[in-house]
Design a protein around this ligand. Structure first.
Ligand SMILES: C[S@@+](CC[C@H](N)C(=O)[O-])C[C@H]1O[C@@H](n2cnc3c(N)ncnc32)[C@H](O)[C@@H]1O
Length: 323
């Protein structure tokens, strides 16, 4: 029992090892089939076919094409997080570039891996984040580090649909999946969360799910979230935290530092070190009270933290003073 996975992971574990029936796992089987098909296409003609942002078919996805589209030097299979860098992920001078290349690389399997290894909890966490944001009629939302669009999807499905949804991310690989998926009608743009291309006071809600931990400069990112908010607006942030209970923390960290990286690496065929970066970046990131202090230092009038699933993640809400 000592090394058993936390209870909330069981649905995911069951999906993988337990009820492996066709009906239950059709989605996963189709995904695995897709992974193999793309791999076969790569090995025979060096490319795979995907839909472009405008719904037309184009040939992308060999690493050379990615390099051109992303404007970044991505080397196939390059290790971005070696042992040395993993010891100090938040203080790497080029953290930003490494993070961007890492997400460009894992974008094709990102959502599947998330859902499998969080036992489906990631969707519930985003739903709760939307609830905590307290969307009102006519609100506009800017989702920073939107990735493949999961949080905007949750906003779209919330009790009150925002009038305008905007997603910003600096990884073109992730954005391409957002645009091609069943993500809601939204404006998508490639932008750095530390220097947003928006006038001050443009949005009612700014959000960020599993993004701030990756910022090169956390304080600068929080200041940007505050700057683009209208008076009375609020920021919601969903981020991993370390559970307060020592037993839960031990079990969870064993899972996320040992089991998850191995499984995720095999399924996503990641060579960048993305799934070793994840647990390292969580254990060395600021805790909930430090995050609330930083939100206030960024200009927010008040900040609250709501731990979810034994504190594995926390939702922060920070309000900008209404003038
Ligand atoms: C773990 S993913 C989260 C994606 C999405 N928010 C979700 O809930 O699944 C982190 C995302 O943050 C983006 N990101 C990290 N730093 C960023 C920055 N400075 N500006 C814009 N996007 C950033 C990455 O490209 C990646 O898509």
């Amino acid at each position: 029992m000592k090394n058993a996975p936390p209870l909330f992971l069981l649905p995911g574990v069951q999906r993988i090892f337990g009820g492996f029936s066709l009906s239950k796992c059709r989605g996963d089987l189709q995904w695995l089939k897709g992974v193999l098909a793309v791999d076969l296409a790569r090995s025979t003609c060096g490319c795979a076919f995907r839909r472009d942002p405008f719904g037309m078919t184009m040939t992308i996805q060999n690493q050379a094409d990615n390099r051109v589209n992303a404007g970044e030097p991505v080397n196939a299979g390059e290790t971005l997080w070696d042992r040395g860098r993993l010891e100090a992920v938040h203080t790497q001078a080029d953290k930003s570039q490494r993070v961007r290349q890492m997400f460009d690389s894992i974008a094709p399997t990102y959502e599947r891996i998330n859902t499998l290894f969080s036992g489906g909890r990631d969707r519930a966490w985003r739903k709760r984040t939307v609830k905590i944001a307290g969307v009102q009629q006519g609100d506009s939302v800017l989702d920073i580090a939107c990735g493949t669009g999961d949080l905007l999807r949750a906003f779209d499905a919330g009790a009150v649909r925002p009038s305008r949804l905007t997603g910003a991310d600096f990884s073109l690989g992730m954005l391409r999946h957002a645009v091609n998926s069943d993500a809601p009608t939204a404006s998508w743009l490639q932008a750095d969360g530390l220097s947003l291309p928006f006038a001050s006071e443009s949005f009612d809600i700014t959000s960020c799910a599993f993004g701030v931990r990756n910022f090169q400069d956390l304080n600068a990112g929080l200041r940007e979230m505050h700057r683009v908010l209208r008076p009375g607006g609020r920021a919601v942030i969903l981020e991993f935290t370390r559970p307060a209970n020592r037993v839960v923390r031990f079990v969870h960290e064993f899972y996320s530092a040992r089991l998850m990286p191995l499984g995720a690496r095999i399924l996503s065929r990641d060579r960048t070190g993305a799934y070793s970066y994840l647990p390292k970046s969580v254990v060395s990131f600021v805790d909930a009270s430090a995050m609330c202090r930083r939100l206030k230092a960024a200009g927010f009038a008040k900040a609250t933290a709501t731990p979810l699933t034994f504190g594995v993640v926390t939702v922060y809400r920070a309000d900008k003073v209404a003038t």
